[in-house]
Design a protein around this ligand. Structure first.
Ligand code: ADP
Ligand code: MG
Length: 361
């Protein structure tokens, strides 16, 4: 099944992260009280959030009790955002995005302040990316989602949305159809056929809130990974970063395009291999270009490194949907943002500051 396959791939990636990190720590002692290579990283894994696998790692040698407390709080934060952002299910006592979508065309709803903050951020991300990352693309995304789901149960009869369906749906994707009253704490979707989909931003945003919590309690040497949205809190105890690898989109999971070393920052990749289905031998992935209403065709993967994991998530989707000149111009214009583009022929291009993250072989 798809989800399991996905989980396995993430596991492989994380194992690699752990392995490479262990290697990177070797031979770097210096502090007689705690030789870093002596510290066994602790980890927890959760399967219930955002339709993916989530990991919390502690490389700083926290006591088992403290790690349990901190990872439990991270898990709770992810769970709460998972419920708030879910567009397919509602939960007892929670007004979430599913509720907001159902109420489209009706009255404004009072929302949890966290949801209001999120919606305001989503609108900022729309502005920042010239509408390439648009949470109001729900009507179009649903057509693709339904075809993908149908293909997973009946691959023989897999099909893609028709041009007419896509064009019709496009008429219900304006960002202005989402009205937010921050003062009153309410929001409403004005068009009954419009809907919100936060797949491009929700995970990264939630990870950033969890990272904020860890920072607020003085945690250092933690790594969060929620479905490939990686956020490092501080650095390893010896001050070095974690080595992780960016997958080669075309090849087996063991083959990596590039290794990077990161600390105190987020790293998010959007790729054609994350979720897709096949019709008549053609692969259709899940990142949709607003200009064609079809899967974006410029790159095979797009990696963003920046401190805020929500920004990294939004940009990884948006830059993926932009032609090279525009994409690199936007990335270079943003302070503290670095990006790596992998093209269909395997060519790699990056922002001028990306090389600083390259890990020595
Ligand atoms: P992933 O979550 O698989 O790591 P992304 O962060 O790129 O990948 O988000 C992809 C998801 O975002 C899609 O599954 C869909 O729900 C949504 N999405 C796809 N294209 C867009 C877009 N242009 N704007 C906003 N959301 C999008
Ligand atoms: Mg994204």
């Amino acid at each position: 099944m798809n989800a399991l396959h996905f989980a396995k791939r993430i596991c492989a990636l994380l194992l690699l992260l752990a392995l490479l990190s262990a290697l990177a720590g070797c031979g770097q002692s210096g502090d007689e009280s705690a030789a870093p290579e002596a510290i066994e990283p602790k980890g927890k894994v959760y399967y219930s959030y955002f339709d993916t696998v989530s990991y919390v790692y502690d490389y700083a040698g926290d006591s088992a009790e403290r790690f349990d407390d901190r990872s439990a709080e991270v898990s709770l934060i992810l769970q709460e955002y998972h419920q708030l952002f879910d567009i397919y299910h509602e939960y007892a006592g929670v007004v979430n995005l599913c509720t907001l979508n159902k109420a489209a065309g009706g009255e404004a709803l009072s929302l949890d302040p966290r949801l209001i903050d999120f919606l305001l951020t989503a609108r900022d991300m729309y502005d920042l990316t010239g509408g390439e990352m648009n949470v109001m693309l729900g009507a179009v995304l649903r057509l693709w989602h339904d075809c993908r789901e149908a293909a997973s149960t009946d691959p023989e009869h897999a099909s893609i949305p028709t041009e007419e369906q896509l064009k019709e749906a496009e008429g219900h994707t304006g960002i202005e159809l989402l009205e937010i009253d921050a003062e009153k704490g309410t929001a409403r979707i004005t068009d009954p056929l419009a809907s919100i989909d936060v797949g491009a931003l929700g995970k990264g945003y939630a990870v950033e809130r969890a990272a904020e919590y860890l920072e607020s309690v003085g945690a250092e040497g933690y790594v969060l990974n929620v479905g490939g949205n990686i956020r490092c809190i501080g650095a390893r105890p010896d001050g070095s970063g974690w080595v992780t690898a960016i997958r080669n989109p075309d090849r087996a999971a063991e083959d990596f395009a590039l290794r990077i070393r990161i600390s105190d920052t987020a790293c998010v990749t959007s790729g054609i291999y994350e979720r897709y289905f096949t019709v008549d031998g053609v692969r259709y992935h899940h990142i949709i270009d607003k200009d064609t209403l079809n899967p974006a065709a410029y790159y095979e993967s797009l990696t963003v490194i920046t401190r805020d994991s929500g920004l990294a998530d939004a940009l990884s989707t948006a830059l993926f949907c932009m032609p090279w000149e525009e994409s690199v111009r936007l990335a270079e214009s943003l302070e503290g943002v670095e990006a790596l583009w992998i093209f269909p022929d395997g060519e790699q291009r990056s922002t001028s500051g990306f090389a600083a993250y390259a890990a020595e072989a």
